[in-house]
Design a protein around this ligand. Structure first.
Ligand code: 4AD
Ligand code: MG
Length: 429
């Protein structure tokens, strides 16, 4: 019977056939130990010289890594293997004998590995990271699906900027200039007025010209938007969402996180309440840590790292100076220099994973902001309609999937958190 490796436990003592790729081979005279992976898991297949024809034994002894195979044998308990089982091989069929595989156990630099990303994805670490990513996406979607949010996808071709004009990717849309979306927010604001609670999930694009370990030019964002919500509601939603998503991913992906040698203790501390600090309090903390910053400046990666290292769980920073923020943010009525906005910084130095806030819901104020930001008024006519026809307070946020995965997996750089990363100097493979 053909089985997936992850299901062999159900066939102990039976003969099964698995199909996969040779991950590693070790031989000792009369025995070959063939590690075969099929994408679901990896199993050690033990080929004993007496159990197979001599030419097959000889061929198995020189099979290159990543050759595709079909292996038939009996499932045996094996306490030493992480899977708990191995295969006693009776037959092996080589589907394709691979060329010499370029990725070897020796240390390769990141550029070489990224050039071979289409192959690198087969390695155990990358496999573990992608499975964590899949669980993050599922947990995020289920969080909102179970709470009555409607999924409302935002367009990718857009006529105008959402997050500032400096990081726009322009495209020629049948002769009209258009841009790849930076965020679905403006569209799900329309959605919130139609459905109350909505979220979108999709790729977003920013022409980030700096090389940092946190920036991609194409990344995936999940963005909820809620009508009648204010900044406090927004912060509570972000906190509840993170606690649930982190908890579910840790529970579901223990094996993968172990492969990545991720210390789970910091993730298990992700419980309510998260510390909340105002921007100005954060400035004081930064000054105390030898990173003074003048009022008005946004935090860069360094500041976020220093701040997030001060806390043992995600920290909520709110009310940044309005001048450094996007046009749609509502000023704080108690101090209009500040915006009713929020960032959530992940601990262990990871920095911002969520950004959001309460939106400007007043038509005249929004018209002024659009003009101040030199944005093309005609492209925002539809958005202003949302303030003409039953405007209400509303708020939301966006969480970048890649930054979340980098933190959960304990990775140094976001480039390993997406199957095919796009960065300033990388468009291939
Ligand atoms: O803080 P940002 O720019 O917020 C927005 O786009 C809002 N419109 C979202 C909203 O309120 N609906 O981006 C949100 C998140 C960041 O916290 C970060 O996790 C991620 O998106 N992000 C990036 N991830 C990878 N590479 C980049 N270049 C990113 N830029 C933002
Ligand atoms: Mg931000």
């Amino acid at each position: 019977m053909r089985v997936y490796v992850e299901d062999v436990a159900r066939h102990a003592g039976e003969e099964v056939t698995v199909r996969g790729w040779l991950y590693h081979r070790r031989s000792s005279g009369k025995l070959h130990f063939l590690l075969v992976r099929d994408g679901t898991a990896t199993i050690q297949c033990v080929m004993f010289v007496k159990d197979v024809p001599p030419e097959l034994f000889e061929r198995a002894g020189r099979l290159p890594q990543e050759s595709s195979l079909e292996v038939t044998g009996t499932v045996r308990a094996d306490a030493r293997s992480p899977l708990g089982y191995e295969l006693a091989v009776r037959d092996l069929r080589v589907l394709q004998e691979a060329d010499e595989y370029p990725i070897t156990p020796k240390e390769h630099g990141p550029a070489f590995l990224l050039d071979h990303r289409h192959l690198w994805l087969r390695s155990s670490r990358q496999h573990a990271i992608m499975r964590v990513r899949a669980s993050v996406v599922r947990a995020c979607r289920e969080y909102f699906d179970r709470r009555g949010f409607t999924l409302l996808d935002a367009p990718i071709f857009t006529p105008a900027a959402c997050e500032g004009t400096t990081t726009l990717f322009g495209v020629d849309y049948f002769g009209t200039p258009a841009y790849l979306t930076q965020s679905g927010q403006l569209y799900i604001e329309a959605g919130a007025m139609a459905f109350g609670k909505v979220y979108c999930f999709g790729p977003t694009f920013r022409a980030e010209k700096s090389k940092t370990r946190r920036h991609l030019t194409e990344f995936w964002m999940i963005e909820p938007e809620v009508a009648f919500a204010d900044l406090d509601d927004d912060m509570a939603l972000a906190e509840d969402f993170l606690v649930e998503v982190v908890g579910r991913v840790v529970a579901e992906r223990r094996a993968e996180l172990a492969t990545l040698e991720r210390d789970l203790a910091p993730l298990e501390r992700v419980q309510k309440p998260f510390p909340r600090v105002r921007y100005e309090e954060a400035l004081a903390l930064l000054a105390a840590d030898g990173k003074p910053l003048a009022f008005g400046n946004d935090f860069g990666g360094d500041e976020e790292t220093v701040l997030s290292q001060r806390f043992d769980r995600p920290v909520i920073v709110h009310r940044y100076p309005a001048a450094s923020k996007a046009f749609y943010m509502k000023p704080d009525p108690a101090d209009p220099r500040l915006a009713l906005c929020v960032d959530v910084l992940a601990p262990e130095g990871y920095g911002e994973i969520i950004g959001g806030g309460q939106r400007e819901d007043d038509l005249a104020a929004l018209e002024r902001r659009i003009a101040e930001h030199n944005l093309p008024a005609d492209a925002f006519g539809w958005y202003l309609d949302l303030r003409r026809y039953g405007t209400v307070p509303h708020a939301g946020f966006g969480m970048g999937i890649e930054r979340m995965v980098a933190w959960l997996c304990g990775l140094h750089h976001v480039r390993e958190t997406i199957p095919f990363p796009r960065m300033l100097e990388r468009l291939t493979p």
